[in-house]
Design a binder for this molecule. Structure first.
Ligand SMILES: [Zn+2]
Length: 123
């Protein structure tokens, strides 16, 4: 094989590697985007289910006066909301407004997320 042929081959392989690198980058960005979107949808789904359960409880309460009192129910809902957010946070997902739904890189601590969890616990 002549030197010129080898040089041409090297050039070609180099170009193909660059293209491959670009494709991997694009795929990687897309995975991040889809993961964040999935996280946001999961959280919204939880919120929707919780709201539905709350509504059906209210309906039940209207029909049945024997159910637990309003303050107890409110406390229960707040605790479940806090537990739900804590679960997402523990899974490595931001629950704060700044980065809502995005992944916490290498499980970094986030003071905004922690603020939200703390404020729910104090009320
Ligand atoms: Zn956060």
């Amino acid at each position: 094989m002549s030197d010129i042929k080898i040089e041409e081959l090297l050039k070609q392989v180099n170009q193909e590697l660059n293209q491959l690198f670009e494709t991997v980058n694009t795929l990687s960005e897309e995975v991040t985007r889809l993961t964040n979107e999935n996280n946001r949808l999961r959280m919204q789904q939880y919120q929707a289910v919780e709201q539905m359960e709350l509504n059906s409880l209210k309906d039940k309460e209207d029909q049945d006066s024997q159910t637990i009192s309003q303050p107890e129910q409110t406390l229960k809902n707040r605790q479940s909301g806090q537990a739900r957010l804590q679960t997402f946070y523990n899974d490595g997902i931001h629950i704060c407004h700044h980065y809502f739904g995005s992944k916490r890189e290498t499980n970094e601590e986030c003071i905004f997320c922690q603020d939200i969890i703390d404020s729910l616990g104090e009320q």
